[in-house]
Design a protein around this ligand. Structure first.
Ligand code: PGA
Length: 268
């Protein structure tokens, strides 16, 4: 894991956006895995600015989102499709036909719908970089604690903590879904690169368990220790419980020199 520690959440967003820009400029038809939640909002704002400044174009890019609520109308303001359109897709030159979310409706077997999503990823040649947030409970996507490291895209019941964490996004009149379709952990691990971003004190424990803890289904994100190209960008608050902070800072300075000289994405 490359752990990059920044002063604040603005610096995390800027550096994550810069890395995604480099990825697309290295491979203009990249398959980009995307995430929803509060954490990536500033990163998407930065990507929009970079697009408006003509630094990056998305016309050949395809995107795959990590998850979507079960049986939700895509026009609902709570759907992740709506979120992605509002926060990113409507403001860049991406072809909406190339944006995929793991949708799941009640009229078809969810297992089949999961398989179709996996097939689409394979058909387009796999995900080049998967963006991830992390839940306070260590989840990635909606792979809640106890999810199998071998899991593929499937329907999941959300953990109580996740429902509570996300309740801020729903008004009392809106029913909050308690199930979602999510990319599996094995699906995420097949991405050539993963970029996990986390900010704020409420993520510090999950980050500590992910980076310093044992590999455990109790902290699904800990599997990223086994990924060959896992980049973790955190602010000082999210890094506050990490062991080896000075070491990570030292390593990241050296890595940056190598990346600047030889390119950031040797495996693309
Ligand atoms: P957040 O969610 O960015 O809203 O904190 C992250 C996640 O649950 O993966």
């Amino acid at each position: 894991m490359q752990v990059l520690i920044f002063d604040d959440k603005a610096a995390v967003a800027n550096n994550a956006a810069e890395l995604i820009k480099k990825l697309i400029n290295t491979k203009p038809n990249a398959n980009l895995g995307l995430a929803t939640g509060s954490t990536p909002v500033d990163l998407y704002k930065q990507l929009i600015v970079k697009h408006k400044n003509k630094e990056v174009y998305f016309s050949q890019v395809s995107t795959f989102n990590l998850d979507e609520y079960y049986d939700i109308d895509e026009n609902s303001i709570n759907s992740y499709r709506y979120f992605m359109n509002e926060q990113l897709f409507n403001h860049i030159d991406i072809d909406p036909k190339n944006t995929f979310l793991p949708t799941c409706n009640r009229h078809q077997d969810p297992r089949q719908q999961g398989t179709m999503f996996e097939k689409k990823i394979t058909e387009l040649g796999g995900i080049d970089l998967q963006l991830l947030g992390i839940g306070g409970n260590g989840h990635i996507g909606f792979n809640e604690p106890s999810s199998s490291f071998a899991s593929r895209t499937r329907i999941k019941s959300l953990a109580k903590q996740t429902i509570q964490d996300n309740s801020r996004l729903f008004t009392p009149q809106e029913p909050q879904p308690d199930m979602a379709m999510t990319m599996g952990i094995a699906t995420i691990m097949e991405a050539k690169y993963v970029l996990l971003i986390a900010t704020g004190k409420n993520k510090a424990q999950a980050i500590q368990e992910m980076v310093n803890g044992p590999l455990s289904a109790s902290c699904p994100a800990s599997i990223l220790q086994m990924h060959q190209n896992a980049i973790i960008m955190v602010d000082n608050e999210a890094a506050s419980l990490l062991d080896n902070k000075e070491y990570f800072t030292w390593v990241s300075q050296q890595n940056q020199e190598i990346n600047d000289s030889y390119g950031y994405f040797p495996d693309l």
